[in-house]
Ligand binder design. Structure first.
Ligand code: AMP
Ligand code: TRP
Length: 331
């Protein structure tokens, strides 16, 4: 069985973008692949997070993983810091990554271009840590949204480089980016991706938003003057984004949705989008509530950590032997 691995960095509440671009696919794939899914809590602290809020976000994210349908019987669900091998391999990967490669990472470049001050060195070296997350488990595939593809490509380069230098060690992973929904845009500024760090909050739907708020955000989503429901990302980016959201959730092809709305107004269309999204999120929220009350989260994480550690421990041993830093086998 091929292995798949992915993670989410809950620096805020999980969004509809996380769900449609990533989480939903993890759930779909868990029957076909050996699935490893983790919460990237180390990646969260590359920027300051208020500790109590961060802890809440982490717990909510695990509960939402389960609420969206990840099944601990089928998938290994764990916290990044519960497997210390990942951070240790991360340092080794940093030693095999050039500064030039990290300077070219879009996420880092965007931060510099925005003139952000106090970018931490952790933020700079986050891609080789992400590479270690993946390579520790010999993942064949990494399902991610569009914005993470570049990091998985760097991971491939690092795996190939290491294998060439030290002999066959790592599986070279492939990113899996869905055709629809890989980049859900902000409802207020459809030129930007829907992001947890949305300043106004109006452009971003959070999975735990009150349903009345979700509806309001969709009804006030930015559209255009064309007055026709058409998929045209260039000239009608707002409407195209809503079409993608709806098609992702219902599975109805975008063409067919457009055909149903011929000659009809945006108001009616948005109402259906809001109905569809609220129904989907409503179901997730109901399960989230049950999970939070059930107290199963600790047990899920404990079991997941054990399984993940077993795999990562063996891999790190092999790496350390190959590069010549191990003297005796670690217990
Ligand atoms: P992050 O929230 O940055 O940890 O991202 C977690 C996963 O969700 C990654 O696979 C991202 O590519 C994906 N993702 C984040 N935002 C979006 C979005 N607006 N549309 C689609 N996928 C997204
Ligand atoms: N960098 C990813 C994000 O911000 C989270 C992440 C960390 C990840 N390690 C990973 C995703 C390994 C896939 C595989 O979304």
């Amino acid at each position: 069985m091929k292995r798949m691995l992915s993670g989410i960095k809950p620096t805020g509440q999980l969004t509809l973008g996380n769900y449609l671009g990533a989480l939903r696919h993890f759930v779909e794939y868990q029957d076909e692949y050996e699935m490893f899914v983790f919460i990237a809590n180390l990646h969260c602290v590359t920027e300051y997070q208020e500790p109590a809020q961060l802890k809440k976000n982490l717990k909510d994210a695990i509960a939402l993983y389960l609420a969206c349908g990840l099944d601990p019987e089928k998938s290994v669900i764990f916290l990044q810091t519960d497997v210390m091998e990942q951070a240790q391999l991360g340092f080794i990967m940093m030693c095999n990554t050039y500064m030039g490669e990290l300077n070219r990472m879009t996420q880092f470049k965007d931060k510099c271009a925005k003139g952000e001050k106090n970018i931490t060195s952790g933020m700079f070296v986050y891609p080789p840590l992400m590479a270690a997350d993946i390579l520790c488990y010999d993942a064949d595939y990494v399902p991610v949204g569009e914005d993470q593809k570049q990091h998985v490509e760097l991971t491939r380069d690092l795996a190939i480089r290491f294998n060439n230098k030290y002999g066959e060690t790592f599986t070279v992973p492939e990113p899996l980016v869905a055709k629809v929904g890989a980049r859900i845009m902000s409802l207020q500024d459809p030129s930007k991706k829907m992001s947890k760090s949305d300043e106004t909050n109006k452009g971003c739907i959070y999975l735990l938003d009150d349903l009345a708020v979700v509806r309001k955000k969709i009804m006030s989503a930015v559209t255009d003057m064309c007055a026709c429901v058409r998929y045209d990302k260039e000239n009608q980016s707002g409407i195209s984004n809503l079409l993608e959201i709806m098609s992702c959730i219902t599975g109805e092809p975008i063409d067919s949705i457009c055909a149903r709305y011929e000659g009809k107004g945006y108001g009616e269309f948005k109402k259906e989008v809001a109905d569809v999204v609220c129904e989907e999120i409503g179901k997730i929220q109901a399960r989230y509530k049950e999970i939070m009350e059930s107290g199963i989260i600790e047990k899920v994480l404990e079991d997941g950590a054990k399984k993940a550690r077993y795999v990562a421990h063996k891999k790190l041993d092999k790496v350390q032997r190959k590069i010549g830093i191990e003297i005796r086998k670690r217990s």
